[in-house]
Design a binder for this molecule. Structure first.
Ligand SMILES: [Fe+2]
Length: 199
């Protein structure tokens, strides 16, 4: 659906409630997410909007986050800061954003989205690979070559592998995304030619 709210106005509202460094990160994520959207045939405007709003609540205190979005499980209780995806969605809704896919992309940028949410995948990939982070350049390059699903798979798989190597339980939504992605990866490899699988 068409957004009835102005992206520039929303960007200014976000800028007022995050640090200058955070806002610079947000702008880099938004620019990269829009470029990823363009290359992968997604709606650039809606992807940019989701990215502008993705960290709207990132600088809230733990108490503010818990008040806005009470933890729903042990992972969220243990890491209140990670509630900021859900909290940013609530903030965006309070500012008049109604586009469900945009809202799900905002919420999903912390714990991941399932592959049925391409705007969410674009924002997630842009967030973990924007140039200011200094990591995940290969994930960014994959997405900018039109291989968003592969880039997202790589981002989620490496996150789950890292958490598990540290003995940290991934969030249930991250595991749901991981399981869907690894299942589709097996299908892709299984249906591809032997030669392409070896490359
Ligand atoms: Fe974030």
């Amino acid at each position: 659906m068409t957004n009835t709210v102005c992206t520039v106005d929303l960007s200014e509202r976000v800028q007022k409630q995050v640090s200058a460094e955070r806002f610079a990160h947000i702008l880099r994520v938004a620019d990269l997410a829009a470029e990823i959207a363009r290359v992968n045939g997604l709606d650039e405007e809606r992807t940019y909007l989701a990215a502008i709003l993705h960290d709207a609540a990132r600088d809230f205190s733990a108490e503010q986050l818990i008040a806005l979005t009470p933890p729903e499980n042990q992972v969220e209780k243990a890491h209140p800061l990670a509630l900021h995806g859900r909290a940013s969605r609530v903030v965006a809704q309070s500012w008049g954003v109604e586009d469900l896919e945009v809202l799900e992309a905002i919420e999903g940028h912390v714990y991941g989205v399932t592959p049925e949410h391409p705007i969410g995948m674009a924002v997630y990939v842009a967030d973990v690979s924007e140039p200011g982070r200094g990591v995940n350049a290969e994930i960014r390059e994959l997405a900018l070559r039109g291989k968003l699903l592969e880039a997202y798979q790589q981002a989620v798989v490496s996150k789950v592998t890292y958490l598990q190597s540290k003995g940290i339980t991934p969030h249930p939504r991250t595991m749901k995304a991981y399981q869907k992605l690894t299942a589709s990866k097996r299908t892709m490899v299984g249906s591809g030619s032997r030669n392409s699988a070896r490359k």
